[in-house]
Design a protein. Structure first.
Length: 370
């Protein structure tokens, strides 16, 4: 990306975005721009922001013509008038990278840091060429990166709050992690940019498992993810856990082989009260029982007994009413999980899911006392 291109994007951002001024405050000055045009326009936007606490926006044109009257050079005036002003609004609206404030803040910081280093290096070289070695060493040792300001508060009485209100009501609230059906209805709207979600439960209730499900689902849906594991499992344990998730089987012998797995079924199917043609089965294993008994009293032993006595019974979830009227009931099926998960199998799974598909997954583990 050329310096002319990035400077143009930054200047347009400084003209149109109050947030860019706020986010970059204290991290730049006009001397960091290469072109005279960028230097001059950036200085105007900075002056305007310091006075009115917002970006100039459409006010940049009257500012420009005022500066022309005050003696702006003919060459620079023509460059700004012909190259920037006519296409300013359209360029900002049409360029998704410029319109993405997070992207522009990152690009601007990177560019300003690069320019700051180049300037600092040039000063050192000039001192060396003048045989001022001690001064050059002192200059080299004096460099320190600019610290980003942490804007953790806003003043609601400041006029700039109006821009923040507009942003709050126009910011894209697309769902970042999507779940299907009832679970999606329950919490999809919470998984948006800037949202905060917490899962609270006693130990060993599946909080980490649920977080892993969220991460993997997000990764499958093309989102970038980072997982900070603090005070729980070690890195080795977490890698095994991810392998278990991908393999859909345990690394322990006792949880492998032939197992019983819960599956969906319909209350009306089990009670033999369904007359729909799409029904999978023609009899009910709990005929004569009530729906209340199925909801509150049925046990695992009851289900296993009926599975043994009626191996031909087929669970059913075929009709729309099963979902819309919440007719779900518990049934189980036998599945052969196979042998316990091994390291070699896990390597294959990681290669297929992460490496070959280039699905970035940043894992940072910080277990307590390890």
């Amino acid at each position: 990306m050329s310096s002319e291109y990035i400077e143009r994007k930054i200047v347009i951002g400084l003209i149109t975005s109050t947030e860019l001024h706020i986010r970059l405050k204290g991290e730049w000055d006009t001397s960091l721009f290469e072109s005279s045009m960028a230097k001059r326009i950036a200085s105007w936007t900075s002056e305007y922001f310091e006075k009115y606490k917002k970006a100039p926006g459409k006010s940049i044109e009257p500012i420009f013509y005022l500066k022309v009257k005050k003696g702006l050079s003919k060459e620079l005036a023509e460059e700004i008038e012909e190259d920037i002003l006519p296409n300013l609004s359209k360029e900002f609206e049409d360029d998704p990278e410029t319109n993405n404030i997070e992207y522009l803040v990152d690009e601007a910081r990177l560019y300003f840091n690069e320019r700051r280093l180049i300037k600092h290096g040039s000063d050192i070289i000039a001192l060396v060429n003048s045989n001022k070695i001690l001064e050059a060493e002192a200059k080299a040792a004096s460099y320190s990166p600019v610290k980003k300001e942490n804007h953790s508060w806003i003043d609601l009485s400041d006029p700039s709050i109006y821009d923040k209100i507009d942003k709050a009501f126009t910011t894209n609230t697309d769902i970042l992690i999507k779940f299907p059906r009832a679970l999606g209805e329950f919490w999809n709207d919470q998984f948006v940019k800037g949202g905060f979600v917490a899962f609270l439960a006693p130990e060993k209730r599946g909080k980490t498992f649920l977080l892993l499900e969220l991460i993997m689902r997000a990764r499958k849906q093309g989102k970038k993810v980072a997982f900070f594991q603090a005070g729980d499992m070690s890195e080795n344990a977490q890698i095994r856990r991810i392998g278990i998730y991908l393999a859909k089987k345990s690394d322990k012998e006792k949880y492998c082989g032939v197992m019983l797995e819960p599956c969906g079924d319909c209350v009306l199917n089990q009670l033999n009260k369904c007359k729909k043609k799409e029904r999978e089965c023609n009899f009910g294993i709990f005929e004569g029982k009530t729906e209340e008994w199925l909801r509150k009293e049925v046990t695992k032993d009851d289900i296993i007994k009926e599975m043994d006595d009626n191996p031909e019974y087929i669970p059913c979830t075929n009709c729309k009413e099963y979902y819309s009227k919440r007719l779900g009931a518990v049934w189980m099926k036998e599945v052969d999980v196979g042998d316990p998960l091994t390291a070699d199998e896990t390597k294959v799974l990681f290669d297929k899911f992460f490496v070959k598909n280039k699905r970035s997954f940043k894992l940072s583990t910080h277990p307590t006392g390890i």
